[in-house]
Ligand binder design. Structure first.
Ligand code: ACM
Ligand code: ZN
Length: 561
């Protein structure tokens, strides 16, 4: 069992008790909005339905302006697969004739924001306008969901390709609509990661947090330090008491693991960018670093040895904060990381740092004395501050877990907090941006149902679909300036018990559908019955896409935590 897992047990017990209240919560919090039965997930901000429909046929053409070309090609590619129609694309910023689908930035009001769009469907045409390509992309996702679910089939299918006449004006509620995937506990290939990204795109999610390093595996090639992946990317066995056959991630020598080359990373980043998804890499420090220390034990206080196999010793996997060599190493690693990830954010972990090694290390003690740091907690804050200064000097924003807010001075300047065990209120009030992912509402490694006989092994505690749907990212009682600091939320997929893409998809869906609506749709529209009805059709889409989601029980079963 990993240390992270053990230390999370307590919070899972809380999640279990918290889950008991979910039925009453769901009735109180989810009854507000009007029932919307057009099967859209997440629900757009404003829909005005009209009579009639647009019929797509073998003569339908796509018109795009320059800014819409990539999105038009994405749409045509999807439609051609399922309809078999040619759907030629031509350049135009206006709609000269009937029977066309026009995608354009022309005449799109700036008030729609960087991710908003309008979609107008009449019997004659489909017109999608957005100030930016991101809005066009989200409008395309909505448009696809207005055709029959078979539009997601991978081979030509006979269906009446009708979309209802309507007018939609839409933009997201939050800027940060995320998903974290842990590829350290289990390794997922580049193509599997791309499938996860495609699932995100379908739900208008835009932040992919890639947990690339941890005690059980280092997954990103760093040219200056080849042992990180020669040694740190592999362990003797699959671990976590799992059946070795539950994964295919083995090297030719039978060891478990794998890593992404820098070319792989560039490819994934480009794949994500084409879907308007920013990739946020996480390089864990100062704790959860056994894999790095297995490769370079001289960066620890004791000199090692460390191993990716001894998950029970994970608590010891902490870089020495007294050695300059540690900071030189991390800055060199981060320099290569920044060259690969063009996005503004670099996540440095910062969670669950045991302080015992530091307490016993002469170099760490000397550092504390020299810097006037009263205890190991402040040594940890010093560590993060130094990395923050480095990242800021390179124009990037540091992100870290809740623990970053626990030092006497709070978060370092301009750093962002990712709230898994609290700290959101204090950080937002102090002017820091905050991403919410509390462990009782956003940890998708928790069980989806109390039924332990049929559910695959998961981390302790329950997180049923209804509880995800009831999650509200904005904390009660925040003033309006602090509310603005809550930039959104994300789901976290810790993969101790997810050794395959199928198991990831099972834990992700349909809970991600619920969280997508939480972060995209206006809060007053949230309505459990409406969501439940729309989800029945939406799951058909996931089936057609080959996504191995969990099947729904009854609405009653789904709301019991
Ligand atoms: C965490 O789950 N330790 C961030
Ligand atoms: Zn030390």
């Amino acid at each position: 069992m990993s240390d992270r897992f053990n230390s999370r047990l307590g919070v899972y017990l809380c999640a279990l008790l918290g889950g008991l209240t979910v039925v009453t919560l769901s009735m109180r919090q989810m009854g507000g909005g009007a029932i919307q039965t057009l099967p859209l997930v997440p629900l757009p901000a404003h829909i005005e339905q009209r009579h009639g429909h647009f019929l797509m046929d073998a003569h339908t053409r796509l018109l795009v302006d320059d800014a819409a070309r990539g999105t038009g090609e994405y749409l045509a590619d999807r439609l051609r697969q399922s309809t078999g129609y040619p759907l030629p694309i031509s350049a135009s910023a206006t709609n000269p004739a009937g029977g066309c689908i026009l995608l354009t930035t022309n005449q799109a009001p700036a008030s729609l924001g960087p991710e908003g769009y309008t979609l107008s469907i009449t019997p004659d045409s489909v017109v999608l306008r957005a100030p930016n390509a991101a809005g066009l992309f989200y409008g395309v996702q909505t448009l696809l969901q207005l055709f029959p679910p078979e539009v997601f089939a991978s081979a030509p299918t006979n269906a009446a390709w009708r979309a209802p006449c309507l007018q939609i004006e839409d933009q997201p509620r939050f800027h940060w609509r995320g998903l974290m995937l842990d590829v350290s506990r289990h390794f997922f290939t580049k193509s599997e990661v791309e499938q996860v990204l495609e699932g995100m795109a379908l739900h208008k999610l835009n932040m992919f947090h890639w947990h690339l390093t941890d005690d059980q595996g280092w997954r990103i090639e760093i040219k200056k330090y080849p042992r990180l992946t020669e040694v740190g990317a592999w362990r003797k066995r699959i671990g976590f008491n799992l059946d070795p056959k539950s994964s295919t991630a083995y090297g030719p020598d039978g060891r478990y693991g794998g890593f992404y080359t820098q070319d792989d990373i560039r490819e994934v980043v480009a794949y994500a960018a084409a879907r308007h998804i920013t990739v946020v890499p996480e390089i864990e420090m100062p704790g959860h670093s056994s894999a790095a220390l297995a490769a370079y034990p001289e960066l620890s206080c004791s000199g090692g040895p460390y191993s990716t196999d001894s998950a029970d010793d994970a608590s010891a996997g902490v870089y020495c904060a007294g050695k300059e060599q540690t900071f030189e190493f991390l800055e060199n690693v981060l320099t290569e990381v920044m060259a690969l990830f063009p996005g503004p954010y670099i996540h440095i972990g910062g969670d669950e740092v045991p302080k015992l090694n530091w307490h016993d290390c002469p170099l760490c003690r000397a550092r504390m004395q020299h810097e006037g740091l009263p205890n190991e907690r402040e040594l940890e804050a010093y560590f993060v501050r130094r990395i923050n200064t480095f990242l800021q000097a390179h124009g990037r924003t540091l992100l870290g877990w809740s623990e970053l807010g626990q030092s006497q001075n709070g978060l370092p300047e301009n750093a962002m907090l990712m709230d898994w065990i609290g700290g959101a209120r204090a950080a937002a009030t102090a002017g820091h941006d905050v991403v919410r992912c509390p462990n009782d509402s956003c940890y998708f490694d928790l069980y989806q149902s109390r039924d332990r006989t049929h559910e695959p092994a998961a981390a302790g505690g329950d997180l049923p679909l209804s509880k995800v749907y009831a999650f509200e990212p904005i904390l009660h009682g925040l003033d309006s300036a602090s509310r603005q600091r809550i930039v959104g939320a994300q789901a976290n997929l810790w993969t101790e018990y997810m050794p395959s893409l199928a198991s990831v998809e099972y834990m992700e869906f349909p809970r991600m559908c619920a969280l997508a609506e939480v972060v995209w749709s206006p809060e007053p529209l949230r309505n459990w019955q409406s969501f439940w009805t729309r989800l029945q059709v939406h799951l058909q889409r996931l089936d057609l896409l080959g996504i191995k989601h969990r099947r729904l029980g009854t609405p009653y079963e789904e709301s019991i935590g």
